[in-house]
Design a binder for this molecule. Structure first.
Ligand SMILES: Nc1ncnc2c1ncn2[C@@H]1O[C@H](COP(=O)(O)OP(=O)(O)OP(=O)(O)O)[C@@H](O)[C@H]1O
Length: 331
């Protein structure tokens, strides 16, 4: 069997702040995998990502990134294979889009003779070529976000770190980015995406890392996370809810809220194929299906999926020692 190659590792990583601590955290990210780093606001995602990128240097433990120890001076060399997406605020940026991106090309070490071709390709891809002579500060939020996205592709990196990539983008752009991610996957690139909401790319994710109050509470695959996808199905007429629930129950599919007024019911599946059972049921009954909506996977559903595996020290009332807010790691 091929040995797993870990392109990023955290060993005993601990970052202390005055009133808080992130860690200790151990992580191992395999080359070619897409990893979602999930956690509610303030759980530690940015601290983890900034440390991964080498922006935070003072911490306990060891981080290796593309073969470099992040604490070593030469670790900046690892950034040649790194593409980062963060929401940069361009409100004070007086350069035109083209000039700004050209300047950023110089930082990435992209050869001068290749810069024009690369810039033209990505600006056309993200539909900014026509606006290349306009100042970025006057761009719409969506356009600024696309400039941010271009930044992470300029140096054709092997590792991508993206912090909330779907924000301020409409569905057309999110689909386009999804296709781009699919291509990156086929090229064996590694991608770490941090998000509150992972709906758009859920099908592309191999592994999940979930953090809570500065601790890692889960690291593993979607199957291990035991997360299911919820669907809401709308019917054209009333049906025997009890019988429908029993039918799905037999197939191992959980059902949730029935809304009598809109005649809809929510059910949850572990794989896409299971949806067909509900279609089959209503087709057999001759009840027309009006619509089926995929509901979002949010932090609430992730915490629910982990409920059985974790026991929180402290409670909702906040009676936790803020300096050592810990949860048991169950892996
Ligand atoms: N420079 C800092 N000084 C003091 N505390 C900090 C600092 N940076 C982060 N923290 C604390 O560390 C914890 C983790 O913060 P972090 O920004 O990593 O959360 P996050 O998961 O990225 O949240 P969000 O989704 O809102 O961006 C928080 O309690 C935060 O207050």
């Amino acid at each position: 069997m091929r040995r797993k190659e870990h392109i990023i590792t955290f060993k005993g990583f601990t970052k202390k702040f005055k009133n808080n601590v992130v860690g200790p955290i151990d992580l191992a990210i395999e080359q070619g995998k897409f990893v979602a780093l999930l956690g509610s606001s303030g759980s530690g995602k940015t601290v983890i990502l900034d440390s991964m990128m080498g922006l935070i240097k003072k911490y306990k433990g060891t981080i290796t990134f593309a073969g470099y120890n992040r604490k070593r001076a030469k670790s900046y060399k690892a950034n040649a294979s790194l593409g980062v997406y963060q929401q940069v605020d361009f409100s004070l940026e007086t350069l035109t889009c083209y000039d700004y991106l050209k300047m950023r090309c110089n930082y990435t070490g992209l050869k001068k003779e290749n810069q024009k071709e690369v810039l033209e390709f990505w600006m056309k891809y993200f539909d900014l070529w026509e606006s290349r002579k306009k100042r970025i500060q006057n761009f719409s939020l969506g356009m600024k976000n696309r400039v941010n996205l271009i930044l992470c592709f300029l140096n054709n990196p092997d590792i991508y770190i993206l912090d909330e990539p779907g924000a301020n983008l409409d569905s057309m752009w999110r689909n386009k980015i999804n296709n781009l991610f699919r291509e990156l996957k086929s090229l064996n690139k590694t991608l770490i995406v941090s998000s509150h909401n992972i709906n758009e790319i859920i099908d592309l994710i191999d592994n999940y890392i979930v953090v809570y109050n500065g601790s890692k509470i889960f690291e593993g695959s979607k199957e291990e996370l035991n997360i299911y996808t919820k669907y809401k199905i709308f019917l054209s007429e009333k049906f025997d809810v009890k019988e429908f629930r029993e039918f799905l129950d037999e197939k191992g599919i959980r059902t949730f809220k029935y809304d009598e007024e809109e005649i809809s019911i929510i059910f949850a599946t572990k794989n896409l194929l299971q949806i067909n059972w509900s279609f089959l049921y209503f087709i057999k009954k001759g009840i027309p299906i009006i619509n089926v909506t995929k509901l979002s996977v949010n932090m609430e559903s992730i915490h629910k999926a982990l409920e059985d595996q974790i026991s929180f020290l402290g409670d909702e009332t906040g009676e936790v020692n803020p300096r050592r807010k810990r949860v048991k790691i169950n892996k």
